[in-house]
Ligand binder design. Structure first.
Ligand SMILES: Cc1cc2nc3c(=O)[nH]c(=O)nc-3n(C[C@H](O)[C@H](O)[C@H](O)COP(=O)(O)O)c2cc1C
Ligand SMILES: [Fe+2]
Ligand SMILES: [Fe+2]
Length: 409
């Protein structure tokens, strides 16, 4: 039996979201050991409005909650601050029982919803600064794009001093008490959510925080996890600090050399490249055999480095799974333009070179000249070539660092 609880956020605003204790992974990649919630809110103003819906799997419970709080036909507005299906998934079902409603979202949100629903619906596109009157209350829209889709906005309800932020300031953390002063400590879930979902968009979270600073807020109504009525300020400050740290962390003189190696040949090349880079100047070089390295550690290295040189032997005309996993962790939004290279040992056909190079290019990294592939055992002259390759790579890293930060030699 699904949970049917409805909670008062203020006298006129109710939480009508879904508690999902059972989810184990989110968006395929995220571990959700504390479950999650899909928060949806009902605003009982002269004109009735809903903010966010819920994941489709829960549509029955969700519609029951809607019917408990109002006559669905009286709903005039459904605001989607973000249209990922964990928030828009019940929109289709809701529109069936709320045919008079106008769907409200950013231009991108409306475009995405048209593609998702595949039929005409009433909508209103809003941009930063727009308002919609609900009679005795007002919806004010705040542009907050790329958190973490291009469609995202925030909605402010000044009469109740509530800010609806969807994924921003949220966490995958399910506790039926739902308010931050009543739930347990969920600091690790909050931080993990920020790291995975929002950190790549740190620049955008800082812009959004700047916009909400002047608002008079009592509570932040998130899209996942607790509603922030006692710690909203701390959570905003914490997000700001984490975003600033993430932006500074991109050390301009740091190179990551991840590789795998069955018979140590690729490993020898890796070490010589690293020596060469170090001889170019003050550069922090991290050479890592990633065969058994945790994905989160690899991701941390990728985010911190300003250059990557990736090594793999050619095995059965291909490269190894760990290297493909690493490609999946490269985030073009975060890593675009970083300097990159490829190396490895091979026996005869050497397909590894092209496979690594093409992936690096497709992921928007900048290839630093020819890559370095050596037949079977790298001998002294070849290891010398690897050092030279490293030296040149290092020089390019230093040049790039100077361009990025001319005051710092
Ligand atoms: C199972 C296996 C399959 C291989 N397949 C290829 C191949 O298709 N093409 C190629 O050029 N070399 C191939 N090789 C040769 C390796 O690339 C070569 O032994 C290389 O030196 C291994 O580098 P490592 O010591 O860094 O693992 C293969 C080697 C093994 C063990
Ligand atoms: Fe999302
Ligand atoms: Fe979400």
């Amino acid at each position: 039996m699904e949970d049917k609880r409805i909670l008062d956020v203020t006298n006129d605003v109710k939480w009508i979201g879904i508690l999902d204790y059972d989810i184990v992974t989110f968006d395929v990649v995220m571990e959700t050991k504390y479950g999650t919630t899909y928060n949806s809110y009902f605003i009982d103003a002269d004109k009735k409005a809903i903010i966010e819906t819920a994941k489709n799997r829960f549509s029955e419970t969700y519609l029951d909650k809607i019917k408990t709080v109002c006559d669905p036909a009286s709903i005039e507005y459904i605001v989607l601050n973000h249209t990922e299906p964990d928030h828009s998934g019940c929109l289709h079902e809701l529109l069936q029982i709320a045919p008079n409603a106008t769907v409200v979202g950013s231009g991108n949100a409306i475009r995405y919803l048209k593609d998702m629903l595949g039929y005409e619906f009433n909508y209103q596109q809003v941009k930063d600064g727009d308002t919609i009157s609900l009679g005795n209350k007002t919806l004010q829209f705040i542009g907050a794009p790329n958190l973490h889709w291009p469609d995202s906005i925030y909605t402010y309800l000044p009469e109740d001093r509530l800010l609806f932020t969807c994924d921003s300031f949220g966490a995958h953390y399910c506790d039926e008490k739902m308010f931050d002063d009543l739930t347990g400590n969920y600091d690790d879930a909050f931080k993990y959510y920020f790291d995975v979902i929002l950190k790549p968009y740190s620049k955008f979270i800082l812009k959004a925080i700047e916009k909400i600073r002047p608002l008079e807020i009592d509570q932040i109504c998130t899209g996942h996890g607790p509603i922030l009525r006692s710690t909203w300020k701390q959570r905003v400050d914490q997000s700001e600090a984490m975003a600033i740290e993430a932006m500074q962390i991109k050390d301009k003189r740091r190179v990551f050399i991840p590789y795998v190696s069955a018979y140590h040949n690729t490993a020898l090349i890796a070490d010589s490249i690293a020596d060469g880079i170090r001889s170019a100047g003050e550069i922090d070089v991290h050479v890592c055999d990633i065969e058994t390295m945790e994905l989160s550690t690899i991701d941390d290295h990728l985010s911190k480095a300003s250059g990557f040189i990736i090594g793999s032997p050619t095995i059965n005309q291909n490269i190894l799974l760990q290297i493909y996993q690493l490609f999946a962790l490269i985030n073009p939004l975060r890593d675009k333009g970083k300097l990159a290279g490829a190396f490895g040992s091979y026996g005869w056909s050497g397909e590894g070179a092209k496979l690594i190079e093409s992936n690096l290019t497709n992921l928007k990294l900048k290839l630093a000249g020819e890559s370095l592939f050596i037949k079977f055992t790298p001998h002294n002259n070849e290891l010398e070539k690897a050092r030279e390759y490293g030296l040149n790579f290092g020089k390019l890293i230093l040049e790039q660092a100077l361009i990025a930060d001319p005051d710092c030699n």
